[in-house]
Design a protein around this ligand. Structure first.
Ligand SMILES: Cc1cc2nc3c(=O)[nH]c(=O)nc-3n(C[C@H](O)[C@H](O)[C@H](O)COP(=O)(O)OP(=O)(O)OC[C@H]3O[C@@H](n4cnc5c(N)ncnc54)[C@H](O)[C@@H]3O)c2cc1C
Length: 563
């Protein structure tokens, strides 16, 4: 690393031109862009931002009524100089600024940092270490690429491990998934589960890890009866441990956990991502320069920072000519859930009802391990739009009350008596947010055609999960056979030469995403993105000029599906 003090401070001239982070944010009140989502921001140049004595100083527009507020504990608050109408802040205070208090027309949103920036240079930079990001980092490193993997949370695994959705649904998975499974199983952290009936009228799925089923039995869903579905529950900490070992064994990965990506820098033509900036938990700023970047943040923060075209909500029929799409689009999103863990408790006492009158849907999907620990997924809890309308932190707060109320209800059911609430997931279970417009967008027509009917010659992953739209006017509609995901779904539209998107926000229509967002599918697309990134960086070619046939043959995704 090569620290260069104050280098990070942008010039005023650049202020006007640097990443206009999102008009979308302004349109949606910007409330989603809270610190947890990895952003900080600045006022625009015409609001009079300047750098003085190594500090960033933003002069407040005298006519505006807004102010900077909401400084969480641990941050030094910005000082407001009333006489000069100026705001003084350091980079430490920036992540605490809530966009909602900015003027409605604020469009210049980017990052300022003050002080030292560490520099790292690498071949491949993967942002986000959920299922897809892990697939990408392991695959690229195993192909010899130097990799930097940036993850906001302390634990690797994303939604699977931090939102407590630690369960692979039946369906195809790549060799990486099997390897992770075998390592977790050897560690006592995973098994194969089958369903059990529960004595209740409420809609409920209940699966328990059971001896006697092979992993192969979990690799298919389409065309088999529900009684034969086999799933893979795993312990979040086992996943984290195993994946860290796998990354470590490559000797090629620099893992930056508890580190949040917040800004991207490009060449002037905006065809190449030069570097990304991230902030580590202690406030250290890091710039990562790489030959290829992979956005695996789920909510596609990197692509949005770059101004890539995105989709949100229901696609109108005119967009992809999907038979089930409505004529009109809308901003309906798949519901958000807050999962929680319960564990055996011999007292069999009921926990008290929450004081507030909280409404929640009376249904659940419960996953049980052999030691008695169970993960409860309360299914649709908050409307997906709440994330956009009210922001991450507010959703986290509301859903905590709902999770407690849900547990109070669940423990009345005989199967759950003798349990206590162990922990509410630290992360929201977000099924859907922004999706990137890519060179090809997977859509319902692909799902209906299936592998036999699809004409793509760049299929890098296969899936067979039903279209599964929770609480957003949708229903569960089975797909009849496995379908393929083309490599072009990972290439953002436009002329980016070194950018891939591999996560649930990749190039999928809403309907297609409702089927292919599963963790093992994300591992597959991450796996493919990692190999593609290694190929591009080693041969010094743009990501859309790699030898796609070699990638496809290497992955052999079609043959993975056990017919
Ligand atoms: C309630 C619920 C139930 C589900 N049930 C199942 C199921 O039973 N089986 C199944 O297979 N799938 C299930 N899914 C779907 C599946 O879990 C997700 O679609 C999948 O995990 C998404 O993987 P990903 O890698 O795309 O994103 P994520 O797992 O969300 O990973 C994104 C990662 O990026 C990190 N990140 C984000 N922003 C930044 C930043 N600025 N800087 C650094 N890091 C950042 C995040 O911390 C996270 O680790 C469920 C989803 C939900 C919400």
């Amino acid at each position: 690393m090569n620290p260069r003090p104050l280098e990070f401070l942008p010039s005023l001239a650049r202020l006007a031109t640097v990443a206009v982070f999102c008009a979308l944010c302004a349109a949606t009140n910007g409330a989603e862009n809270l610190p947890r989502e990895g952003m900080a921001l600045r006022l625009s140049a015409d609001q009079g931002v300047e750098i003085r004595d190594g500090r960033v100083v933003g002069r407040r527009d005298r006519s505006a009524t807004h102010h900077i507020a909401e400084v969480p504990a641990g941050f030094a608050g910005p000082s407001v100089d009333a006489t000069q109408s100026a705001l003084h802040f350091t980079h430490k205070t920036l992540p605490s600024i809530n966009l909602q208090v900015l003027p409605a027309d604020a469009r210049e949103i980017t990052i300022l940092g003050v002080g030292q920036v560490d520099e790292i240079e690498t071949d491949v930079c993967v942002v986000g270490a959920g299922s897809a990001g892990i697939g990408a980092a392991v695959a690229a490193a195993r192909r010899g690429a130097r990799v930097v993997l940036i993850e906001r949370e302390a634990r690797l695994g994303g939604t699977g491990t931090n939102a407590y959705v630690a369960n692979w649904e039946p369906g195809p998975g790549c060799s990486l998934a099997e390897e992770i499974y075998l390592r977790m199983k050897a560690d006592g952290g995973a098994g194969v589960a089958t369903g059990y009936p529960v004595q209740t009228k409420a809609p409920m799925g209940y699966i328990l890890v059971t001896d006697g089923f092979p992993y192969e039995a979990t690799l298919r869903r389409a065309g088999i009866p529900g009684s034969e579905y086999r799933r893979v529950p795993y312990k979040p900490e086992a996943f984290d441990r195993v994946v860290r070992d796998m990354l470590d064994e490559t000797g090629k990965v620099t893992l930056l956990d508890r580190t949040t990506f917040f800004q991207a820098e490009t060449n002037p033509e905006k065809t190449r991502v030069e570097s990304v900036l991230a902030e580590a938990s202690g406030g250290r700023l890091i710039r990562i320069r790489a030959k290829v970047f992979i956005d695996s943040t789920g909510c596609v923060w990197l692509c949005r920072a770059l101004g890539c075209e995105v989709m949100l909500g229901v696609d109108p029929r005119s967009r992809f000519d999907e038979p089930s799409a409505p004529e009109q689009g809308s901003l309906q999103l798949n519901a958000i859930s807050r999962c929680y863990l319960i564990r055996p408790n011999k007292t069999r006492e009921h926990e008290p009802a929450p004081e507030a009158d909280v409404r929640f849907p009376k249904c659940a999907f419960v996953t049980g391990w052999k030691d008695g620990l169970q993960a409860v997924n309360p299914m649709p809890m908050l409307p997906g739009r709440a994330l956009i309308d009210h922001g991450y932190d507010e959703c986290l707060r509301c859903s905590e009350q709902m999770a407690r109320a849900h547990w109070h209800w669940l423990q009345q059911i005989p199967e759950f008596q003798g349990y206590e609430l162990a922990e509410i997931a630290p992360m929201l279970g977000i099924r859907e947010s922004y999706r990137v417009v890519t060179r090809y967008v997977l859509n319902e027509n692909d799902l209906l055609a299936g592998l036999p009917g699809q004409k793509h010659d760049d299929i890098i992953a296969v899936a067979d999960h039903p279209c599964d739209i929770h609480g957003a006017g949708g229903q569960l509609s089975e797909v009849k056979t496995a379908y393929g995901i083309p490599y072009r779904c990972l290439l953002p539209a436009g002329s980016w030469s070194n950018l891939l998107v591999a996560c649930r926000g990749a190039g999928f229509s809403k309907i297609a995403a409702s089927s292919c967002r599963l963790q093992r599918t994300m591992l597959q697309i991450g796996h493919a993105a990692g190999i593609a990134a290694a190929m591009a960086s080693q041969r010094n070619v743009p990501v859309d000029r790699i030898e796609v046939r070699a990638l496809v043959e290497d992955l052999d995704a079609r043959s993975r599906y056990p017919y």
